[in-house]
Design a protein around this ligand. Structure first.
Ligand SMILES: [Ca+2]
Length: 435
């Protein structure tokens, strides 16, 4: 693959007008998204309870973002990532994807730009048995995804692959199959001399699905499923395996690896089946920089929405760097579009953070002044790195009060301006539910 880098950061002399700096790169893009993993379990973010050496190495060799925000649960995060639009703009029931948006996905944008596209792991945008070709309609050339609410995700997984149910998964471990599938896809794309977009939408570290008639298998040889810590360490192993494959294919230098999470760390995780719909669950907590941090999935707190974002691309992204720009999940589509020289033909909320990856001069591009997140119950916030304003008017200083115990009462001085700016952000995005 011919690899091209053009970084335009100049003004147009002929026209005398300022030209938006534009990055044209077309690297291979590997987007890894863990399930139910906030910042706190990860070593690179100060996590101390479990070992995540492969992720830590990616962060050490690249850039760590500290202010990336998802929605508080899986599904809204995923439709936002796919479309670049905030969930409230789309009429999408749980586990579904609006037909009208099928042409507007990040996979479509990259496919049109010449990319081979694939996804493996969690899909969650339809019941696979009812709509086996939905990933194709949304721009994925290939897919290997477990049937959400249909079968197991880990041991002896229930996988739909390129329109067919796999029948060879007995005795196998899903996460390895997803990585193997992407490995093969990457190797084939290399042979075809095509840049690729490989989206590893991880099954880890979300506990097993409990709403299917047949209990999903325990860990072989054990009387329980994996606990959260085992899932975190397995997540890291799988990332190591995927990176090793990229290295083995000799593709590391023209591949950007991005890692994130779809929402904060789970609060509890199923361990064992007891009876009917009853399960033994363990409480999940992390140790971050010496402090015990509970799981916050499902809440709009930082522990529910501040997710990891690690970017690694040897010789392109500064080694061992960190970045404090705001990123929210609508930014993935424009960012990957910019990296892949793709055109976005629909209206989006996102702003590309691609310039932030390549150093201070590129950072002069427009960056977001606020991030947005919403819950399914109609609660939402807009925020800066420090202040967070909810749609019910409550404002928090999350640097001092991360658990949001006390809304700020006395608005004086610069706080008044901060609040006004955030209030106008709600107006700007036309959020419909201001209380
Ligand atoms: Ca999730």
């Amino acid at each position: 693959m011919k690899f091209v880098l053009f970084l335009f950061l100049t003004c147009s002399v002929l026209l005398g007008a300022k030209v938006e700096p534009k990055i044209v790169l077309q690297p291979n893009i590997v987007l890894i998204m863990a399930d139910d993993v906030g910042c706190e379990p990860i070593g690179a973010y100060g996590g101390e309870r479990w070992k995540t050496p492969h992720l830590d190495a990616l962060a050490k060799g690249g850039m760590r973002f500290d202010y990336c925000f998802s929605m508080p649960v899986c599904h809204p995060t995923r439709i936002c990532l796919m479309t670049g639009k905030y969930p409230f703009r789309m009429k999408s029931g749980w586990g579904t994807f609006p037909k009208i948006e099928e042409k507007n996905t990040v996979a479509q944008v990259l496919k049109k730009a010449g990319y081979a596209t694939a996804i493996a792991g969690k899909w969650q945008l339809c019941l696979m048995k009812k709509d086996k070709e939905q990933p194709a309609r949304m721009g994925f050339d290939q897919w290997s995804v477990f049937g959400w609410h249909e079968g197991a995700r880990f041991h002896e997984p229930y996988i739909y692959q390129d329109g067919r149910l796999r029948t060879d998964t007995k005795g196998k471990y899903g996460p390895e199959l997803y990585v193997d599938f992407l490995g093969e896809f990457m190797a084939n794309s290399k042979k075809a001399k095509k840049p690729f977009f490989a989206h590893y939408s991880m099954a880890l570290a979300h506990d097993v699905t409990d709403d299917i008639p047949k209990q999903v298998p325990y860990v072989p040889g054990k009387d329980r499923w994996m606990n959260y810590g085992e899932m975190i360490e397995s997540m890291d192993d799988m990332i190591g395996k995927l990176v090793a494959k990229i290295d083995q294919l000799g593709l590391r230098k023209n591949t950007i690896i991005l890692f994130t999470g779809d929402n904060g760390t789970a609060k509890r995780s199923k361990l064992r089946h007891i009876k009917g719909r009853q399960y033994e669950r363990e409480e999940v907590y992390s140790i971050r920089n010496g402090k015990r941090i509970p799981g916050g999935k499902g809440t709009l707190l930082d522990i529910g929405t501040n997710v990891p974002l690690i970017a690694n691309w040897p010789d392109r992204i500064k080694v061992g760097s960190s970045n404090d720009v705001l990123v929210d999940f609508s930014d993935w589509l424009p960012t990957l579009a910019e990296l892949g020289a793709g055109k976005v033909g629909h209206k989006i909320d996102g702003i590309s953070f691609a310039p932030a990856l390549f150093g201070p001069s590129a950072e002069k591009r427009k960056v977001r002044s606020f991030a947005f997140s919403e819950s399914r119950s109609g609660k939402a916030w807009v925020r800066t790195q420090r202040y967070k304003l909810y749609n019910n008017g409550q404002l928090y200083d999350v640097q001092k009060d991360a658990m949001e115990k006390k809304p700020i009462k006395n608005m004086t001085g610069s706080l008044i301006k901060e609040r006004e700016a955030l209030q106008s952000a709600f107006t700007q995005i036309k959020y419909p539910n201001i209380k």
